[in-house]
Design a binder for this molecule. Structure first.
Ligand code: ATP
Ligand code: MG
Length: 295
């Protein structure tokens, strides 16, 4: 596990998380280090960027470069597979509920179960060590931040659970197995949080615009509350010095935002990615981004 690099890209919608994730995985793979890019974004963005189609479960795109894309249904399915039956076996002893309804209910009512499952999935990938790097392209910020808080939030909800279950008419034995399941979940929540804190390299992606830069502060605070440190700030879409008056004005408008970030977060390395004239799709353009990210 100690050898596996786990890279997570966070940021608000459309700032370039998937671009950075794909570029990083490609760069590392081409350096000879097998890498898996994994996306939990509901839209299949990795395949769009890698210009592939079809099913993507650890699909090898080129030697050493793998991609996995999970939709919500996949994540639920995995939760179902790993925990569903065990938990249902306990609950169905005192609640009359069919299995499908039970799974829909638990995965939608217990906040963060899916997200937590995803963290656990990546944690297990790191433990297995089949890949030298796992690069996680997260969903846009709102969801991702919720995700980061989830292991703790879930643990909080679970602390309530024993009180609720003790009010149900259960036998001592049933109560014990409910408690065992709850304790298992609590352990999982703690393990996931430790994994995020200790094993993951967090990159926060932003763009040099007023609103995005302001949002960085909120995200930093939120991450800090969970004991998570950002390893670097990636500022994407930076306009290069140019003869075009239009672009020169745009570049000048970006500079104060860049300066503010550097001033406010002097201890965090800032990586600038230039704005390219075209969208970043296909391996050649991704390489140009990857060089800047890993250099
Ligand atoms: N430096 C850049 N220059 C030009 N285009 C870029 C650059 N970075 C990203 N893009 C383009 O911007 C669009 C959004 O990028 P991307 O999909 O990586 O963002 P995202 O943060 O993953 O978005 P979402 O939050 O929707 O998942 C894409 O079309 C991508 O090709
Ligand atoms: Mg994306």
């Amino acid at each position: 596990m100690s050898n596996v690099g786990v890279h997570v890209f966070l940021g608000k919608g459309g700032v370039g998380k998937t671009t950075c994730s794909a570029a990083t995985a490609l760069y590392l793979a081409e350096r000879g280090e097998p890498s898996l890019a994994i996306s939990t974004d509901p839209t299949p963005s990795l395949s769009h960027i890698f210009e592939i189609s079809g099913e993507h479960r650890e699909r090898e795109i080129r030697p050493g470069l793998f991609a996995t894309e999970f939709g919500l249904a996949d994540v639920r399915g995995m939760w179902d597979e790993q925990f569903g039956r065990e938990v249902y076996a306990v609950f169905s002893t005192f609640v009359d509920i069919d299995y499908r309804t039970f799974v829909d209910y638990t995965t939608s009512v217990l906040p963060g179960l899916n997200e937590e499952f995803m963290v656990d999935y990546i944690r297990r990938l790191a433990l297995e060590g089949r890949f030298r790097h796992v690069v996680w392209d997260t969903a846009p910020l709102g969801q991702t931040l919720a995700l980061l808080g989830m292991p703790q939030l879930l643990a909080g909800h679970l602390r309530m659970a024993p009180r609720i279950y003790s009010k149900l008419r259960t036998t001592g034995e049933q109560r014990q197995s409910v408690m065992a399941v709850i304790e298992g979940w609590q352990r999982l929540a703690a393990d996931c949080m430790d994994f995020l804190r200790e094993r993951v390299r967090l990159s926060l992606v932003t763009i040099p615009e007023a609103l995005s830069v302001l949002q960085v502060d909120g995200v930093m605070e939120e991450l800090d509350r969970h004991g998570l440190a950002v390893g670097r700030l990636i500022v994407n879409n930076v306009v290069q010095v140019t003869d075009s008056p239009f672009l020169a004005e745009k570049a000048a408008g970006q500079q104060p935002h860049l300066a503010r970030l550097r001033e406010r977060y002097p201890a965090i390395p800032v990586v600038e990615i230039p704005l390219f004239p075209r969208e970043v799709r296909g391996l050649d353009r991704l390489r140009a981004v990857g060089q800047r990210l890993v250099a």
